[in-house]
Ligand binder design. Structure first.
Ligand code: ZN
Length: 217
């Protein structure tokens, strides 16, 4: 069961979920990926977002389900060609989420040079925790987050270690895509990604505040 402490209304007619790949050097290294010179962007459909109160089931097509804990931004203003210096005005909430990945499928697709959707964009492959409203002071400082697997910390991240800042990510995305109110941006995972199995309990923390708890069924 995915338990949320506040419900994000997912009744928006359309919504895009942007994800950044390889945004922390240590994570790129652990998967033997190159350090990118510009953000690696992929999308998940709206149907990927786990709704509070539903069970999260281990996907039947994978034998290697990985968690990727990430900071997630919620877009608050429509935009295109947003310059980095103005980008902080385009989101107003942040949380910790999980970019669930069928790593076995992804490795196969990567080998063949094929798109990642079957590994990354399936139903319920994106979790966003309780939203925290951002303040100018909050986003000026490094943001710390972490995830626990069965009560043990497995990933810790710090926004100051991101290769591309929130602002640079938004500037890059909006060169290609419009962003709209309610869109989400998963900003990449730090090192420490790993496997989860049926029965595991995942809990996410924004600074010291718990923002989600999920059990793999
Ligand atoms: Zn990710």
């Amino acid at each position: 069961m995915f338990r949320l402490f506040s419900v994000y209304p997912n009744n928006l007619k359309s919504m895009k979920i942007f994800c950044v790949g390889r945004n922390y050097a240590e994570h790129a290294n652990e998967l033997n990926n190159e350090i990118p010179s510009e953000p690696v962007i992929f999308l998940k459909p709206k149907s990927a977002l786990i709704q509070p109160g539903v069970h999260f089931y281990y996907p039947e097509f994978s034998n290697e389900l990985h968690y990727e804990a990430e900071l997630v931004l919620r877009i608050s203003k429509n935009g295109k060609y947003v310059p980095a210096y103005a980008a902080s005005g385009y989101y107003n909430a942040i949380t910790v989420g999980i970019d669930f990945t069928a790593r076995d499928i992804q490795q196969e697709l990567k080998k063949k040079g094929l798109p990642w959707e079957k590994a990354k964009a399936w139903d319920n492959s994106a979790l966003a925790g309780e939203w925290i409203e951002t303040t100018p002071a909050m986003i000026k400082k490094p943001i710390h987050f972490s995830m626990q697997l069965n009560g043990e910390t497995v990933q810790t991240g710090d926004s100051s270690n991101m290769l591309f800042s929130f602002e640079k990510i938004i500037a890059n995305i909006t060169q290609y895509f419009s962003i709209n109110i309610g869109d989400l941006i998963f900003t990449g995972t730090p090192a420490g990604v790993g496997e989860c199995v049926v029965g595991d309990e995942l809990t996410g923390f924004f600074e010291n505040k718990q923002v989600f708890a999920l059990t793999v069924k």
